[in-house]
Structure formats: structure tokens, C-alpha cells
Ligand binder design. Sequence first.
Ligand SMILES: CCCCCCCCC/C=C/C(=O)SCCNC(=O)CCNC(=O)[C@H](O)C(C)(C)COP(=O)(O)OP(=O)(O)OC[C@H]1O[C@@H](n2cnc3c(N)ncnc32)[C@H](O)[C@@H]1OP(=O)(O)O
Length: 248
Amino acid sequence: MGVAVIKLKNPPVNSLSLEVLTEFVISLEKLENDKTFRGVIVTSDCPGIFSAGLDLTEMCGKSQAHYAEYWRAVQELWLRLYLSNLVLIAAINGVSPAGGCLMSLTCDYRVLADNPKYNMGLNETLLGIVAPSWFKDTLVNTVGHRTAERALQLGLLFPPAEALRVGMVDQVVPEDQVHSTALSVMAQWLAVPDHARQLTKNLMRKPTADRLVKQRDADIQYFLRFISRDSIQKSLRVYLDKLRQKKG
Ligand SMILES: CCCCCCCCC/C=C/C(=O)SCCNC(=O)CCNC(=O)[C@H](O)C(C)(C)COP(=O)(O)OP(=O)(O)OC[C@H]1O[C@@H](n2cnc3c(N)ncnc32)[C@H](O)[C@@H]1OP(=O)(O)O
């Protein structure tokens, strides 16, 4: 039925490096242009991890030019996913903090594996950073203002039952049924004529996307100022060190 599967594979944690972002955009563009495909299932090839989110090493100790390039790539992937003409279904087979959660929120439907370790949410504040306005908008559009307000300020990561309760995901199923469920949901979405569904999706999402499109450069400048601050760089270094020491 013209369904592709994009399996993220950037071990160990599927962080969204500049390379991953760029390749993801290229793959999506190819699928958008290939009329044999009408839907995509987005999932992970890393056991237990959907995606650890943005690659913290891309935002730490690098040049201004690098930060700008990285942020433009983050914007680009979000815009492509959020406004995709394809039906996108996230088959979330692992933990998905921050950018990992955001990626799933850009999809049309989310199926999450029922494993208490598979937390998801926008936990930026716990890293001492701030989810940008378009991350916030994506969450608000999914779970509503009050839930988003609380989740964003507290940096909440929701286990599956909670994620389902607040509407962050649409279905929680046993781990071995995530893919088959995503496929049967896809059939339901593909039963709708493409042009009507696509125009409706656009109607729902374009105003949110336009807010970023109209101020992409300003958003990059804002990111540059924010990420270059000594205090922010320090927070990120401390957080990365904590992740690294956890193992030792
Ligand atoms: C415009 C307005 C202002 C804008 C202001 C700026 C806005 C930015 C918005 C940010 C969005 C984000 O997505 S920020 C990213 C948020 N992500 C997170 O908080 C997730 C952090 N990671 C984890 O919690 C865990 O790693 C988890 C994913 C659960 C997997 O746990 P595991 O025990 O399996 O693995 P770990 O041992 O922790 O990690 C394995 C290795 O991967 C590394 N690693 C883990 N997550 C990583 C990551 N996101 N980026 C890079 N590297 C990462 C660890 O350091 C380890 O490195 P080695 O020890 O060297 O092997």
C-alpha cells in the first residue's frame, strides 16, 4: 500500500546529529517525491531508545557557524515532518526525551510500546535549557495548553500510561505489537483520499509552521545568543558529564 519505514540508526542512543538530521530530510524528500509512497512509519533501530533527542555534543563547545548550521537543520527537519504530505506514524519503541519526543509529535499518530522505561516528554528545563516556541507549539497542539504548561515547566517525562492519559500518544500496545499496530492504523489513514486529508492537515498545521517560517533567521540568532552563554554551556557540560559518569 505504499508504506515506507524509516528506522533511525545512530547508536548508541539515536541522538539527532547534524548528519542524522540532514539524512532524514533527504530521505523524506525522496519519499515525498516518489508517488508510490503515501505513508511512512518512523521507528528506531536502537534497542530501548527511540531517540535521545538533539545531539548535545553539537550544541556544546562548537563555533557560532556550527551552531547556526545545526539549528537550521533542526528547523528544517521539523518543518518537513510537521508539514509532510505523507501520513506519518511514529512507532515509538524506546525512550524519547526532548527532540526525540518532538519528532514523534510531528507525526499524525503515535503508537508507544508498553514498557515502563519508555518515558517521553520535553525535559529541556531539567537540562537548564528552554524548549523553543515551536517545540512548545507542537506540544500544545497535541496535549492542550494546561498539560503542556505543566509538562514544560517541570520538564516532565511521562511513562506510557501517563503519556496515553494526557494524549501525548494515541495508543499504548505490547512491545511486540508496535509495528503491526502502526501498520493497521496506517491502513485506516490511507483509506481517506490523499488530497482531502492533505489539505485538512495543512489547515490544522500551517499556522503553527508559518510562525517559524516567518522568523527562521531571528530564531537562529536567538538560539545562537542563548546557546553561546557561558551559563548555558556550563549547564550542558555538567549534564553531559553526568550522563558519561553514570556508566563508570
Ligand atoms: C531558541 C530558544 C533557545 C533554544 C535553546 C536550546 C534548545 C535546545 C532544545 C533541546 C532539545 C534536545 O533534544 S536536548 C537533548 C535532551 N536529551 C536528553 O536529555 C537525553 C539524555 N540521555 C539520556 O537520558 C540517556 O542517555 C538515555 C537516552 C535514556 C539512554 O540511556 P543509556 O543508559 O542507554 O545510555 P547512556 O549511557 O546514558 O548514553 C550513552 C552515550 O550517549 C551519550 N548521549 C546520551 N544522550 C545524548 C544526547 N542527547 N546527545 C549526545 N550524546 C548523548 C551519553 O553521554 C553516552 O556517551 P558516552 O559515555 O560518551 O558513551
